[in-house]
Design a protein around this ligand. Sequence first.
Ligand SMILES: Nc1ncnc2c1ncn2[C@@H]1O[C@H](COP(=O)(O)OP(=O)(O)OP(=O)(O)O)[C@@H](O)[C@H]1O
Ligand SMILES: [Mg+2]
Length: 361
Amino acid sequence: MSKKVFDRFNKNIGVGRVKESRFPFYLFWIILVTLLVTAGVNVAIILLMQNTKVPAIIQTHLLVFYWLFVAIALTVYVRYAIKKNYDEPLQEISDVTKEVAKGNFDIRIEPIHTEEKNIDYLDVMISDLNKMIEELGSIETLKQDFISNISHELKTPMAVIKNYAEMMQSPGADDEQLREYAGVIKEAAVRMTELISNILRLNRFEHQKIVPNFTEVDISRNLCDSILQFESSWDRKNIDLDVDVEDKAIIRSDGASLTLVWNNLISNAIKFSPEGGRITISQSSDKNSVTVSVRDNGCGMSEETVRHIFDKFYQGDTSHATEGNGLGLALVKRILVLVGGTIEVKSKEYSGSEFIVTLPK
Ligand SMILES: Nc1ncnc2c1ncn2[C@@H]1O[C@H](COP(=O)(O)OP(=O)(O)OP(=O)(O)O)[C@@H](O)[C@H]1O
Ligand SMILES: [Mg+2]
């Protein structure tokens, strides 16, 4: 089926589009006309035979043959209609399902009717199956992308470790050089550990439906603890940090998971800020929610980047020159889904970004 026909078919077949079972006038007229015609022919044969004085035995046989013919014709027609409308589509559904079971997700089932007025329950079933195959295909692609992304992200630190270990083995390296090489190897190992912990965290949060650790959390305190962890990083970059939080903001949530949210947002703000930049972290509450905003005056993001930042392994800088693996915001998003919060992004290229998290009270 061409993509265009498939899309139009799916559009026509929205939920509730199947005509409710009602009196089928179309079928009624066909049956009525067929009965009238066959009965009319029957009467015509009788009248014709009376006029031509055909012997009674032949008259009877002729009528029997006539009705035999009508019965055969109707049987053939009904069989054809059933085959066309049910047997063939069901056979195709069965063939396609076998193909999908073998791992072919590019296959689609041909619709029986493509016009809205003719759509029936079998069409809805075909449309649903096609959607299911499409979904399965995209899940498979995601899985493959995920594995190839992990392999790619692991390859870089592995290559660094291998090269520097070889350099350490080469003769002539003095103590200072050896210490320097060991330092690079340690850094690569730390990056690998971070990547693996993030993958494990993401995996855990993705398979979790409910966050079990709902306790009373003071968001102001939680946020300040996270900010303090980054003291050396903002100091190193001479960043001017402006913090404006309430004394207390208690909500029921998962404190440990929220710490991961603040850590990711603050580390991004520092990472994407220039030397001597400015970061503003503010927190406020109203009757129903607590809001946290992390704003920087860093490089900002293009519209295209904003569209993808929550995708796993996505990094705006496609050369992946900046640190990290593009998993931070995917994790943030997943955690916020679990704790019932939301995140909003305001960003302009070259003039900074703001991430606003809202948590229900
Ligand atoms: N404050 C920000 N300013 C500019 N760009 C940002 C900011 N925060 C995120 N981004 C963009 O979004 C991308 C994804 O962010 P994310 O936190 O998911 O990954 P990362 O920081 O690159 O790596 P990781 O979080 O795994 O260490 C970043 O690579 C960057 O392009
Ligand atoms: Mg990050």
